[in-house]
Ligand binder design. Sequence first.
Ligand SMILES: [Ca+2]
Length: 493
Amino acid sequence: MHRYLRTLVLLSASLGALHAAPARPNILYILCDDIRTAAVGAYGSAHVKTPHIDRLAAEGVRFANAFCTTSLCSPSRASLFTGLYAHKHGVRDNFTELPASLPQWPARLRDSGYATAYVGKWHMGEDNDAPRPGFDWFVTHKGQGKYFDTEWNLNGQKREVIPGYYTTVVTDLALDWLKKQTPAKPWVMALGHKAPHSFYTPEPKYAKTFDSVRIPYPATAFQLDDKPAWMKQRINTWHGIYGPLFEWRKKFPDARPEAVVDFENMVRGYWGTILSVDDSVGRLRAYLEQTGQLDNTVIVFLGDNGLLEGEHGMVDKRTAHEPSIRIPLIVRSPALARGRVVTKQVLTCDLAPSLLELAGAPPLGKIDGASWVKLARTGSDPAWRSAWFYEYNYEKQFPYTPNVRALRTDRWKYIRYPHGDGSPDRHLAELYDLSADPDETRNLAALPQHAATVAELRAMLAKTIAAAGLTPETDKMPLDAGIGTELPDAKIR
Ligand SMILES: [Ca+2]
């Protein structure tokens, strides 16, 4: 009798919970490629006006300190899908396919009854435009795609060049699929923009928007004396400010002050591509509003990695410096707060568990990330991390960044450059007090008064790496063969 009653109580409790549970939200995931926070209005850009993105932040949650754990396209995209660091998911460079065997949030939502689609730049597996597992509808292209007239593979059914500007076309493709969805099933639309990735070609209507804006090299480009020597070596290369600047400079290296005009043109092009992304966000939001779905949809706007735009004499990404590792992350959801700014450090690997929690779906299992839903809902989570580690492995195809292992705490950043064979580090380390010096202008690593902090952070870095399951033996990386002066292969630029 007792048992019977207990079953009845449990049954009615779960029926009550079912009745009270809100409908599962749709998820609109908008991923930009290489967007730096400094080029988004909501993050303080003085020049790039992004009213639609800013509106998502005003109506939702903006993460002021969101980071990628590896600042490189494919590894970071794989972390966003799996909740794992690059050393665990294995996508260490831009030529490796995401292993289908790894649990991923879109597939988990599909298994939970969601209709799922991916439309746009995938970029895990350079030459493969075939549909990937976990999606009912999959539209992508090979490699980087082109800003104009990309050839698309439409769900493995046919390949077709769709004329027009990439950002507009990919938005059209996303809307086409959204219009086919019915209220019977919640949906996931993952939209992968090409923009604002190099080579920066704005939509014609935005090609001249920033012509009157003067864009000097950042002051930090000329403050390299206390930095490791590789940074001065990089300045003339493919990834330095005196280099070809993604073909905006024809004759290089060029250290003449007047050659800053090439840098200005490059940045103007980059900014222009973001204006079209903002238009796309506006179109998608308007569609959700018109169809009554806005308040039952989680909209996530984010980037896969940051971008250096002249800071420390560098362009591109890969390093552990702030502009390279910071990503925009804005989440609009009726289940979360409105107009909240979260300052705790969140990571790319936190996205998968967070989206699954918002959708009420089962978690992925043992992963590196943690759900920030409580943080975003209440503004605090006493258990939240105060430190994490960054990893990047030297690429022989792009020999402009050493092996990097770095620790970022709420206050400090310590960066070391392992040689790769266990011998002493190849380069001087870096230490920054981010609370006093957020732009990382003064490297404190070699100063005697900071020796104890260096020792403490170096030990903490080793401990954090060990906690992620790595040992000095299993934390494999290539041998750092130094900064190269050659250009990368034209096919992989
Ligand atoms: Ca990227």
